[in-house]
Design a protein around this ligand. Structure first.
Ligand code: THU
Length: 136
């Protein structure tokens, strides 16, 4: 059965085919699903100055925000090349939290490996998060 989650994972995998990762050779894909059904994808973009690499999830979140999306983030799929499900790095968790917090959602994060998908809420990956409300 093809579920919405399968389609989101397929979108992330497709985005990973455009990864620019000549240094790590570790292509990552991300796909963000919003309440209105829109899906925004991203892939990792590396740099000859290694430390400047941008993660797939961050690229996708920045793309969504540049498109004017604010909140409504329901689900995120992240795919990597390895057998193990890939979980978002710490910086990406924080970046995703900002977008999610704008709409008050706690998105489901689909961490995808070769034959395993781990599903968890962003709040479980980033408990006690610092977010927009922390500045009030
Ligand atoms: N990477 C991501 O795109 N997302 C993550 O959550 C973890 C790591 C990328 C960064 C770098 O281009 C490559 O994977 C190896 O670390």
């Amino acid at each position: 059965m093809i579920t919405d989650d399968d389609a989101l994972i397929a979108a992330a995998r497709e985005a990973a085919t455009r990864s620019y990762s000549p240094y790590s050779r570790f292509p990552v894909g991300a796909a963000l699903r919003f309440a209105d059904g829109r899906v925004v994808t991203g892939t990792n973009v590396e740099n000859a100055s290694y430390g400047l690499a941008l993660c797939a999830e961050t690229v996708a979140a920045a793309r969504a925000m540049a498109d004017g999306l604010r909140g409504g983030l329901e689900a995120v799929a992240v795919t990597g090349p390895g057998a193990q499900p890939i979980t978002p790095c710490g910086r990406c968790r924080q970046v995703l939290n900002e977008l999610a917090a704008l709409g008050g959602t706690d998105p489901l994060i689909l961490c995808v490996g070769e034959s395993e998908v781990r599903r968890m809420r962003l709040s479980a990956l980033l408990p006690e998060a610092f977010g927009p409300a922390s500045l009030d």
